[in-house]
Each structure stands twice: as C-alpha cells, then as structure tokens.
Design a protein around this ligand. Structure first.
Ligand code: COA
Length: 254
C-alpha cells in the first residue's frame, strides 16, 4: 500500500510511514499492513533487521482520529492490537529513525524498538489523557520503568511533549542527529546488525526481554480493553469531535 512503503534489501526490511499530508497518522488498513509485514518478517530468513522511519518533518501523528471514530478497535484481533502484539513480540532487532512529531503510538511503538535514532526536531508525546483515553502498547508500564514515576506522570498524566534531547537523557533514544541524517544513521546501524550472526541476535534479544515478556503482554491486553471501552465514552467523543472541528475540547462536564 502507498501509505506504508516496504523496502527489502540486504537483510534489512525498511518500513516507511508515507502519509505525510495526514501527518503519517495510522488507519486500520495501515495497522493491518504493519502487522502482516512484521508477522511475515518474524519468520522470513530474508529479513534480519526491521527499520521504521517516517519523513524528515513528521514521524507519525498516531492513530488516525477520523478512522478511530468510524471504526473503533474493540476486538482483540483489531488491526491496531495485532500490530502491537507483533511489534512487542518481534524476535529480531528493530531500529527506528524519528524526526518531527511522534504522537501517541508514534512514541509508544518506540518502547518496543531496540535502537532509536532521533532528528533534533523530534517531539515525543503521549496525549492519551487529553483525548479521554488511557495509554496503550504497555506504555503505562514501560514509560514509568524508563523515566521513573514523576517524569512519566508529566508525559502520561499531563500529556506534555518532550524533545529529542530529553528523550536522549531518559534513554528513549540512542543518539540525536540533524534530521537529514537520522534515516541514514538507522540504516548504517541496521547494516551492522544484519552482518552479525542471526541466532545470537535473536537469543540475546529474547533473553533481554524475557524477564517481563509475559507482564508486557498482560499489561497491554488490560490497557487495550480499557482503551477500547474509553473510545466509546463521552470524553473521547468530545476530544475527537473537537479535533475534527478544529476547536478546543470542553471536558468541564465530564
Ligand atoms: N488523525 C487524523 N488526521 C490527522 C491527525 C490524526 N491523528 N493528525 C493530523 N491530521 C491531519 C489534520 O486533520 C490535517 O488535515 P487537513 O489538512 O485535511 O485539515 C493534516 O493532518 C495536517 O495536520 P495539522 O494539524 O494541520 O498539522 P500541524 O503540523 O499543525 O500539526 C501535529 C501536526 C501532529 C502536531 C497535529 O496534527 C496533531 O496534534 N495531530 C493529532 C495528534 C493526536 O492527537 N493523535 C492521536 C493520538 S492517540
């Protein structure tokens, strides 16, 4: 599909978010394509490393709000939940290059990547509360573990954005570079990984993730159930309606 580009070369599968006119927001069809790609790449010997990238000006504005309003993901097999399961259990190395805004799942997917490179224009935000929702992708667990409770509360309760340098400081990104260099750096790192023995990479990643692999899946399932329920409740309807009508939401009665 044209909104998601897949390029396969020399053991590296590069997934590009390519819906720049809508700020690379993600529809159910895009999530299905991402899930299919990761599920196939997990067992395909031709793929040794997967790279996620966006555009130099925008990584992703998160869920497509209009799409979410029309077809809210309620069942566990909804494309967004399939994608989250696929990325959180992906056995091979995942590398990301992030420039510009990374909103909602645009940030939370990074907690499941192994190496993240950011342009100095990267802006991370998880405004779930501001949308009448709750975190997804096990972010309520993983953000707190990475940043500590107080900084996680700024990100998740206040929904405040943070820039590339702050992301570097808390360990969400490995390096900050000019936006023109981020994709190239991610590819260079992917090439290094692709040259290493695959079984060692996979076993090392498995061992690194094992201590809380079951916890992450259980937490994500609980978040998903709450998220699906809250999508249909008045606060989210108000927040999404306000976004579509380009006005501020009014939560004063909620
Ligand atoms: N869902 C659907 N459409 C979106 C979108 C989203 N998440 N984010 C942006 N768009 C659309 C806008 O509606 C606009 O469409 P239009 O040109 O038809 O009016 C277009 O993309 C450009 O967006 P705009 O807001 O004008 O760009 P910006 O550069 O001023 O701001 C963002 C970029 C990412 C900061 C801003 O678009 C934003 O905050 N988006 C919403 C993020 C969000 O809440 N995501 C949900 C997380 S669960």
């Amino acid at each position: 599909m044209t909104d998601i580009l897949i390029h396969q070369e020399a053991g590296i599968s590069t997934i590009t978010f390519n819906r720049v006119d809508k700020k690379n927001s993600l529809t159910a069809a895009m999530y299905a394509c991402l899930a299919d790609t990761l599920e196939a790449a997990a067992t395909d010997d031709a793929t040794r490393v997967v790279v996620f990238q966006g555009h130099e000006t925008i990584f992703s504005a998160g869920n497509d709000i209009a799409d979410f309003l029309n077809t809210p993901p309620t069942a566990g097999d909804a494309p967004v939940f399939r994608f989250l399961r696929a990325i959180s259990t992906f056995p091979k190395p995942l590398v990301a290059a992030v420039c510009g805004p990374a909103v909602g799942i645009g940030t939370t997917l990074l907690f499941h990547c192994d190496l993240v490179y950011a342009g100095d224009n990267a802006a991370f935000s998880m405004p779930f509360v501001n949308l009448g929702l709750c975190p997804e992708a096990a972010s309520s667990l993983l953000v707190t573990q990475m940043m500590g409770h107080h900084r996680a509360a700024e990100a998740l309760l206040l929904g405040e954005p943070f820039m590339a340098e702050a992301a570097l400081e808390v360990g969400l990104v490995n390096r900050v570079v000019p936006p023109t260099e981020a994709n190239g750096l991610a590819q260079a790192v992917a090439r290094k990984l692709a040259a290493k023995p695959m079984a060692s990479l996979v076993e090392t990643k498995r061992l690194m993730k094992k201590p809380q692999a079951a916890l992450v899946q259980a937490h994500m399932a609980e978040e998903g159930a709450s998220f699906g329920r809250m999508l249909r409740e008045p606060a989210a309807r108000e927040a999404f309606g306000a976004f579509m009508e380009k006005r501020k939401p009014d939560f004063s009665q909620l």
